[in-house]
Design a protein. Structure first.
Length: 362
């Protein structure tokens, strides 16, 4: 904690706010953060309130639970109805509404659905209960993908046949390409520090190269984010666009080659459905065919037709089109205790962050 104290120091944050205000921007700007951890920190520390009127922060598709589509939740629920099957999941996903129910509601009706902090813990359960098939719901971005790849490697190496994964892992670059190609009004991008710890910065060079949008890789403390915003402002004021790295204490340009190699060994790129975006080509990770015995997607089940809750605008929130408060369900029908959309479930979801921390002007 001592190492982080400077990044939480109020004097440092206020100093950076003054430096941001002193930058002469040519126009009002919109900066998007594409990491749910950044979204939570921005609202928790009320960073919006420290910025000049000409700078607006908007949330993007950076919460892994939020971008997981209903058809994945529906398939997981269908698998949970099979005899001798245990569904293992990260905690946030259990409350995400599917088309007609959530995994939590399926559990209340008798399905064996259990929450785990890691896939390796779920693997331990499978090994201690060889009479049951444990299916782990593999969601997340590149950061989570490397830990899931390590678990899958262990499973294959030990030939543990009663453990499988249902995979909806996503990779960030192609989703951002779709976002910018659609004409999204974004002037700068706050890039996800944890993801780029794995991938390295080169995977995102296409953003300034193709779209002339400046990017900065950011840490997660308030001073990190304010310094990142300052770096974006300075790029815009100078008429430049490149990928800069604020999170130098963690991120390297080359990323983590060992993690990259393990992901490539166990997974392969595939088309993937994102909430709010639809199917995006080559934006997901699927279990390689040689490991198909551990892929739960091959288990035949009847899955109900996917549908969204009427009135839910999570998709527009994830694309930065609206703020959570602009959804008619927000804070009324849809609350963290009774979520109608995925963005209200996770602590990294924009709707939940606004609900818990935001002021009226956020």
């Amino acid at each position: 904690m001592k190492a982080l104290s400077g990044y939480r120091n109020a004097d440092n944050v206020h100093r950076l706010a003054k430096e941001i205000a002193a930058v002469k921007l040519p126009r009002p700007v919109r900066f998007m953060e594409v990491c749910g951890g950044h979204t939570a920190a921005i609202y928790r520390f009320a960073l919006h309130d420290m910025l000049p009127d000409g700078i607006r922060l908007i949330s993007g598709p950076g919460c892994p639970v939020c971008v997981t589509a209903n058809d994945f939740v529906d398939r997981a629920i269908a698998l949970a109805q099979l005899p001798d099957v245990t569904i293992a999941t990260f905690g946030d996903l259990i409350r995400v509404p599917g088309s007609t129910q959530s995994l939590a509601e399926a559990r209340a009706r008798g399905a064996d659905v259990r929450v785990f902090y890691s896939s390796s813990d779920a693997l331990d359960l499978a090994r201690s209960h060889p009479d049951r098939t444990v299916i782990f719901l593999a969601i997340g971005f590149e950061t989570t993908a490397c830990t899931l790849a390590a678990t899958l490697f262990d499973v294959v190496l030990t030939d543990t046949r009663n453990f499988r994964m249902l995979c909806a892992l996503k990779t960030m670059p192609e989703a951002l390409r779709v976002l910018f190609s659609s004409g999204a009004q974004i002037d700068g991008l706050i890039l996800p520090g944890h993801v780029i710890t794995v991938t390295g910065t080169k995977e995102f060079d296409f953003i300034p190269g193709e779209f002339s949008i400046p990017c900065v890789v950011s840490g997660f403390e308030p001073a990190d984010l304010m310094e990142t915003i300052l770096m974006l402002c300075r790029q815009i004021a100078a008429g430049r666009a490149s990928v800069k790295n604020q999170y130098t204490r963690v991120v390297r340009a080359e990323g983590n080659p060992h993690a990259q190699a393990l992901i490539e060994k166990m997974f392969t790129a595939c088309d993937m459905t994102w909430r709010g975006f639809g199917e995006i080509a080559q934006s997901g990770l699927a279990i390689r065919k040689e490991f198909a015995a551990w892929d739960a997607a091959s288990i035949p089940v009847d899955v109900e037709p996917a549908r969204e809750h009427p009135g839910c605008r999570c998709g527009e929130v994830l694309r930065g089109i609206i703020r959570p408060q602009e959804c008619a369900l927000f804070g009324k029908v849809c609350t963290p205790e009774n979520p109608r959309g995925a963005c209200m479930v996770s602590s990294e979801g924009a709707c939940a962050a606004v609900y818990h921390f935001a002021t009226e002007t956020a």
